[in-house]
Design a protein around this ligand. Sequence first.
Ligand SMILES: Nc1ncnc2c1ncn2[C@@H]1O[C@H](COP(=O)(O)OP(=O)(O)OP(=O)(O)O)[C@@H](O)[C@H]1O
Length: 669
Amino acid sequence: MARLAESSARHPPRPAWRRRVPSVFLTRYPLGWRLLLPRRRTPDRGDALFIGPAGVFAPEHTQDPDPGSHAASSAARPGGEGAPPELAPRSAREPAAVARPAAEALADTPLSGDRSHAGATARLVSIAAANAGGHGRSTGALLHFDERTLDRLVRTDSPRLRRAEAARVAEAAARRLPDHDLVAIDEDTSSTETSPLFDEDTVRGAARDRAVSGAFVSRIAFLDSRQTDLVEGIHSGPARISGPAGTGKTVVALHRLARMARRSSDRLLFTTFVRSPPAVHQRSCQRLAPEVADRVEFVGLHRWTRGLLAERGRPLTVDRRAVRNCFASAWRRHRTEDLQALTPYDYWRTEIDRVIKGRGLTSFAQYRGVHRRGRRVALTVDQRALVWALYERYQHNLRDRGVYDDNDLLAAPHEEIRRRPPGRSYSAVVVDEVPDVVLLRLRLLHGLVDDRPDGLLRVGDGQQQVHPGGWPLSDAGIPVRGRGEILRTDYRNSAEIIRYARRLDAVDQVDDLDGAAGIALRDAVVAHPGGRVDQWTGSDEDFDAGLVAAVRAVPVDETGDVAVLATTNAETRRMFRAPADAGVAVSRLDDHDGAQTGTVKVGTVLRAKGLEFSAVFRALITVGDVGLDDGVRRERAEQATRQRLVAATRARDRLWVGRVTAGKGPGSS
Ligand SMILES: Nc1ncnc2c1ncn2[C@@H]1O[C@H](COP(=O)(O)OP(=O)(O)OP(=O)(O)O)[C@@H](O)[C@H]1O
């Protein structure tokens, strides 16, 4: 406080309430907050920078939180104090211009290595005198508070910055703003916190602390210079970002969406084929850009498609049991020695779902010549003809019984969009986890924005594809202009986790989503040292106890930042029951929406795509594929390895892999 008083003395006289805000602020919120106060006010910059756990704010002290609002009449202002005569009311100034110096002071601030704070996350806040009526409303880029409601701005259950991080960001910004005073209450943060992002000395052990404490790590607070370029860059047409796990592809996409939303009043769409991530990312977007987040729609592809059809009065549902029956009866009619001997039944279902229908093939001539990328069972022309006959029978059954499968759900909107383009049009569409999105769906999304600049952004990592089959994305009719952007620093996984996952990655070529060579995890730059991997092997009957003991050894705090991941739904049910019976609080990963539930999330690896946890427990239960054709076995092995890679790279600090072996009794390796 003495330092604040000393600093205030150097400031030009200003109305009492405006002097009061920083001191009240520091009295109420000493822990972790830093204030940067300008020695001289200038019309083109904000009044200060407040940097603390809730983020970075550029407050504007204003006479009127909302010009023209009755709530902000002069009678409401204590002592009739208002804006200084030399300046126009701040809210009348261009918020983006005022925020710019703050963003520049923070943007790309060198911290350690290639990391930096994302200046664009600084929020411009208008703070009015007490009772002036600002309650956290947002108008455009500006958030409105008054002296008394400031609480709502700075109190947060989801800190964006650790205290040590806030201190580091503030110090860096102070170096950039030499005409500002840095004010903080001195405190010793070292006993309670470490900052693995910034301090190489404290970094060893920090990852473990992060795991054990379950500390919240803000997904969106940091961007390195390469990522900042990708956020700011203008794409002349459809663009793509690829890179290994944890390199910030999604974070970049979220920042881009926030930036675009702030600059226009259009609607934007973020979608992916997995159900949970859109809800989780929506929360991140709300923290990143609360004033515009409602214009960014986060929705799974299935839900979006169903929504469009329902809006058009053509609701379609997929009755999976009926779909299975349609395929089973087609198989009974068309299975031949040839097909049956080659591979099991479900292989052909995938062939139809992903290679034929998912790719939008409509004639045998197309199927006959198509490169079945990622499918390891080679087919002669005659065999393809057999598959085509099976497909036609399946289609006949669907039509006959009035049943729709997932791909039909995609084909219908194509017709709808052709008939009448969606009223709620989007100016930009981001598709995450692209390698797993069927071609038909990608075409549909492309159709929403066509080739307009900054319209379509495809994000993904070929190495993490969990569904079989694939195609060069250029087959979707989306123009490929130059190379895609590749990120290569893994900020999520601690070194030990990466070391483990790298051993899994020799599996397949990795491309940049358009067939050119991409970057595999083995080539990623490691940002965090430390981490821990435990491997358990044992018999099926000992597995549950092994898993429960391991889960119990990691305390689960209120963030519930822990997941148990299995391969199949049946295994997931078992993985749910075992800890639940032992008294561990569990919840379904399918229901996870990013809220802090204090429960261990249990689900399939597929459902975990795009998410991350402090600790991950991976169950490897199913043993071997006996008696399968080599091609099928190879394809399954590749898929299994990719799933293992995806599961392992969901873990930031701690990974446990439990594998059931033929032998009896648990052991450790
Ligand atoms: N520049 C950075 N500095 C610090 N942390 C970062 C940075 N960029 C990303 N991160 C963090 O790395 C983690 C992974 O980011 P993100 O989920 O965007 O990666 P991704 O490439 O989409 O991963 P995946 O393909 O595995 O889903 C997040 O916790 C994010 O906050």
